[in-house]
Design a protein around this ligand. Structure first.
Ligand code: AMP
Ligand code: MG
Length: 487
């Protein structure tokens, strides 16, 4: 390990110092032949990191964990988690490292984190590695989510390691450098709670308050205020997922952040044809994490979070349960409000239109979208055309034309605002067939399709000539789509 010269940024070790019981000091496995595949230069600049320096050998060393910034003390974080409903008391970063925290140019504290940096004490049977395809997948989809205004971890860079990774076949290996408000998860609290040390749990909660809910420190019951803050941000987050048709695919409690950022882009995908039962993940055979189940699962996960906090809510357990239950109920209201506001915006509805009218209108629309399995993303852009006088693009998406025509009449009577609709309804999302094409090419060494797709989806609302194929649903030949966790 050498120190990084010529870069003024200093990394903190706030988590590692505050929560040593949840952190194992660890080092990255040096990659044999590192090559920078992609760098997020605007994000680097926001972090106060010089993009040109990051492209240098020392910079690539930082991005793979072999060159440490001043103050850096990399750790693998421990956490527990309910995976598909079953509790696993010891998970943790099996192939990831928290390099430390830095303060970005806006004054916000960010975690700098590596994924695919080698085995750690939490690796269990895993090899600690990651392949180029899945790391570029996280880069692409998390940056698309950011461009859609959805809170998310960000991707700073992907570096090919030059080390093969053995999955079904040998694949080129890679390390992803990502940035997050923190990597505190519901599973972090479950891990601390399982240890039976109330002081550790309190320290973790205090750390979370300092980072994500500073106002909670002033509340009568700071830990309840922390829980309520997480309920709020998660309700808002899941509503945003639903409004863009995002399916996370593996909403285990270790993949739910306290900050309210989307984390862990494994088997996630965007829904094409609208249906609440949509599932892409090959291992989600029961549809636990289907599109329409996401709000309910989030609430279930938050109930697990509340369970860990009960001793901090009140000394008397019955009283603590009462407090937790009431706070958890807030999720429904917050989610409904965020989703309804978002759906009204997608439909360009004016503020004067009352919920008594728009509620049933939205319900009826979803029924029709589901019956005809209408492409969720194209629909709202086609609908804006209908508001401008051209109904045919939208009509062409439905099987029951009479029902849709009747719906259109009701909707048009409300004077929807087509320009406002185009500002909130993306035209370009990471469509599954394009993602797969781009990743297959990148795995074979051709990054151009990936870069073009990235450029399309990171500017998702403005229609551009030449990008027509990025706006189109998959051809029928693409067939049923499956995504995978084992990345
Ligand atoms: P994930 O599905 O990415 O949330 O991972 C679940 C758990 O498995 C986490 O503890 C990961 O660190 C661990 N894990 C996933 N893939 C690997 C791997 N290739 N090597 C070691 N640990 C892994
Ligand atoms: Mg995870």
């Amino acid at each position: 390990m050498s120190a990084a010269p010529a870069n003024p940024v200093v990394l903190g070790s706030w988590f590692a110092r505050d929560l040593a019981e949840l952190a194992v000091t660890w080092q990255a496995e040096p990659p044999p032949d590192p090559k920078l595949l992609i760098l997020n230069a605007p994000l680097a600049a926001d972090l106060g990191l010089d993009p040109d320096w990051l492209r240098s050998p020392d910079g690539v060393g930082l991005l793979t964990g072999t060159v440490l910034l001043d103050g850096a003390a990399p750790v693998a974080q421990g956490y527990a988690g309910h995976q598909f409903g079953g509790f696993v008391p010891r998970l943790g970063d099996g192939r990831a490292l928290l390099l430390g925290e830095l303060t970005d140019t806006a004054g916000r504290v960010r975690d700098l984190h590596l994924k695919g940096s080698g085995r750690t004490p939490f690796a269990r049977g895993g090899d600690g590695l990651a392949a180029v395809g899945p790391m570029l997948r996280e880069y692409l989809i998390s940056e698309a989510m950011h461009a859609l205004g959805v809170p998310t971890t960000r991707a700073l860079a992907v570096v090919a390691t030059g080390r093969p990774v053995h999955r079904d076949t040998a694949l080129p290996g890679a390390v992803l450098a990502r940035v997050a408000a923190s990597h505190l998860r519901v599973g972090s609290f479950q891990y601390a709670a399982t240890g039976g040390d109330p002081a550790l749990l309190r320290r973790l909660a205090d750390h979370a308050i300092a980072r994500h809910a500073p106002a909670a420190a002033e509340a009568d019951n700071p830990y309840l205020a922390l829980f309520e803050a997480t309920v709020d941000v998660q309700a808002a987050l899941i509503a945003q997922w639903m409004l863009v048709g995002f399916i996370h695919g593996v909403m285990n409690t270790d993949n739910m952040t306290i900050s309210g950022e989307t984390i862990d882009y494994g088997p996630c995908a965007f829904m094409d044809g609208y249906h609440p039962g949509t599932v892409f993940s090959s291992i989600d055979v029961g549809g636990r994490y289907a599109y329409g189940n996401q709000p309910g699962v989030a609430m279930w996960n938050l109930a697990r979070f509340a369970e860990t906090l009960l001793p901090l809510f009140a000394e008397d357990t019955e009283e603590a349960i009462g407090i937790a239950t009431a706070a958890l109920e807030g999720f429904r209201t917050r989610y409904e409000a965020a989703w309804t506001a978002g759906m009204r915006a997608k439909l360009g509805l004016p503020a004067e239109a009352g919920d008594e009218e728009t509620g049933p209108l939205i319900e009826d629309l979803l029924t029709q979208l589901s019956q005809s399995q209408v492409d969720f993303t194209s629909f709202f852009r086609a609908l804006a055309d209908a508001a401008r006088g051209d109904r045919e693009p939208a009509r062409g998406l439905f099987l029951d034309l009479a029902a849709f025509d009747a719906w259109l009449v009701r909707w048009l009577a409300l004077n929807p605002d087509a320009v406002a609709m185009d500002r909130v309804n993306p035209i370009y999302i990471p469509r599954n067939h394009l993602v797969e094409q781009a990743l297959a090419a990148a795995t074979d060494g051709d990054l151009e399709p990936f870069e073009r797709l990235l450029a399309a989806v990171t500017d998702p609302y403005v229609e551009r000539a030449g990008l027509e194929r990025y706006a189109e649903p998959a051809p029928d030949s693409f067939g049923p789509y499956q995504t995978f966790c084992g990345t």
